[in-house]
Ligand binder design. Structure first.
Ligand code: ADP
Length: 482
């Protein structure tokens, strides 16, 4: 089976959030199952920081509406990988400081950039003579891929994965001409939602199969509370809507080999975790109090992540006692609130406002607990990484957090609060402190968490099943049309 995986972020070349991790790992896991997978992404400026790229195609003409734009295609194929990654180069669109935009909003020409990218990804298959059975598009920047794919004579089956419904690529309806859908009533209908152009709505309507990154989130997004205005559209496609949990790459996230840590440890021998905690307290200028459980938090600072709730309970939580280490960047007011907590409670809260992969690793390793009070969480990687590093997650029962962390039932792997209130979060923190005080309970909890296996192999098998289903459905559709 041949698959073209289309994404706007792919680790390590350009990463903003969890999508990049998925796009970096899933194609490799599929290749290990003997699928022939190729990846295509835009050549963002960041991609050039990761070694030499070869020119795969000098000139790829890309037709968008009535214009033809010339792209160059670069290629990276690290020797350790069976998965070629192609980069669509068109510097006026993608040679920019950031991937999506600066100052918290998308670049103004976002619709044009991603209509071009969708067309370029499809043009690439023809130019390479690579005929995919499956086009797998991801999140709003690739929402037009399933739509435009139907144009090609071969009509490959399409899978569209929603990694976060909160970002839909919504634009005023007058961009229709620029993105080349203005002249076609069917296209226009497919990408229109509430009098606007909506790339994600286009992907959901046009794809053979729609998926999202946990079973719980697949259910949640069909409700008004989590559907971000697209719930009716998603309900209409519920027969074709599936949840497949993301995995994590245990080679990249392994406390026994992680070079960013002051000392390494494993599930079999966790002794060095105490050293990681002490070093983290020193690095973050917190008092060395082994008795106070240390709670880590590594996250984008966005409304979604519920940091306001955490800020509300911290004054009470530090009296339990507890210490907090926060690492994140994002929305300015949340950054200020985190810095404010650090300034107000210097002996119990330390905040670093930046993106820092090595510090993130030291936080996972040095923390006793890891908190994710997300309002919604499609899958969440933080809680899985935390478990691998022996930090016990405290999570809101939503999306992938609810699917991966268990408090009641066996084995217990963390602390889960149902209602998103300060009271419930504080109660969960108190349960965690109580467990921390009983060494045998704590050891069992840590053993359980570290024994969890969220590797990609299982998820890749599920995606392969979805691909089979998509092919079956697409064939049935063709027969019906024929
Ligand atoms: P999302 O995709 O919504 O941002 P996830 O939990 O799925 O959330 O993935 C977040 C990933 O980004 C994790 O690997 C986390 O460690 C990492 N991360 C988030 N913020 C930072 C930061 N400031 N510094 C380093 N890593 C970060």
């Amino acid at each position: 089976m041949k698959v073209l995986f289309v994404a706007n972020e792919v680790a390590p070349y350009a990463k903003v959030g969890g999508l990049a991790d998925v796009a970096g790992s899933l194609p490799q896991a599929l290749a290990r199952r003997d699928l022939e997978v190729r990846v295509v992404m835009p050549l963002h400026r960041q991609c050039l920081e990761h070694g030499e790229l070869d020119v795969a195609l000098e000139a790829l003409p890309v037709r968008v509406g009535d214009r033809t734009i010339k792209a160059t295609v670069l290629e990276a194929s690290p020797p350790s990988s069976d998965v070629p990654v192609y980069f669509i180069q068109h510097d006026p669109y993608f040679d920019r400081a950031e991937v999506y935009g600066e100052g918290g909003s998308d670049y103004l020409d976002a619709p044009e950039r991603y209509a071009f990218f969708a067309r370029a990804a499809l043009a690439l298959t023809d130019a390479l003579g690579f005929e995919p059975d499956i086009l797998h598009a991801n999140d709003w920047p690739t929402g037009l891929v399933p739509l435009f794919a139907a144009e090609s004579g071969r009509q490959p089956a399409t899978v569209y994965t929603i990694h976060n419904l909160g970002y839909q690529g919504q634009f005023p309806s007058d961009v229709a001409e620029t993105i080349g859908v203005g002249q076609d009533a069917q296209y226009l209908k497919a990408v229109s939602h509430n009098d606007a152009i909506n790339f994600m709505a286009g992907g959901i309507r046009a794809a053979t199969i729609v998926s999202t990154v946990s079973e719980r989130y697949a259910q949640e997004i069909q409700t008004p509370q989590f559907g971000c205005g697209l719930e009716r559209l998603l309900q209409a496609r519920s027969r074709d809507l599936h949840g497949v949990l993301n995995g994590i790459d245990y080679h990249a996230w392994n406390p026994s080999t992680d070079e960013a840590l002051p000392a390494n440890f494993s599930a079999q021998d966790t002794d060095a975790k105490a050293k990681c905690k002490a070093e983290l307290q020193r690095e973050m200028r917190l008092p060395l109090e082994p008795e106070a459980p240390l709670v880590g938090c590594v996250t984008r600072l966005a409304w979604q992540k519920g940091l306001d709730l955490l800020a509300e309970v911290i004054p009470a939580a530090i009296k339990l006692p507890m210490q907090f280490v926060l690492l994140g960047t994002g929305e300015e007011d949340i950054e200020d609130a985190c810095a404010g907590l650090d300034a107000t409670y210097p002996r119990a809260v330390a905040a670093a406002i930046r993106y820092d992969d090595a510090l993130a690793r030291r936080i996972y390793a040095g923390s006793d607990l890891f908190v994710m009070p997300s309002r919604y969480e499609p899958c969440g990687l933080g809680q899985m990484i935390a478990m691998a590093y022996g930090a016990i997650p405290i999570v809101h029962a939503t999306g992938g957090l609810a699917d991966t962390v268990r408090e009641r039932g066996k084995p217990q792997t963390g602390f889960v609060f149902e209602k998103l209130t300060a009271q419930d979060l504080l109660a969960a923190l108190k349960r965690a402190v109580a467990a921390y005080r009983v060494p045998t309970t704590w050891r069992d909890l840590r053993d359980n968490a570290m024994a969890q296996d969220f590797s990609w192999a299982d998820s890749a098998r599920r995606y392969e099943e979805l691909y089979d289903l998509a092919r079956f459905r697409a064939k049935a559709q063709l027969r019906k049309v024929g």
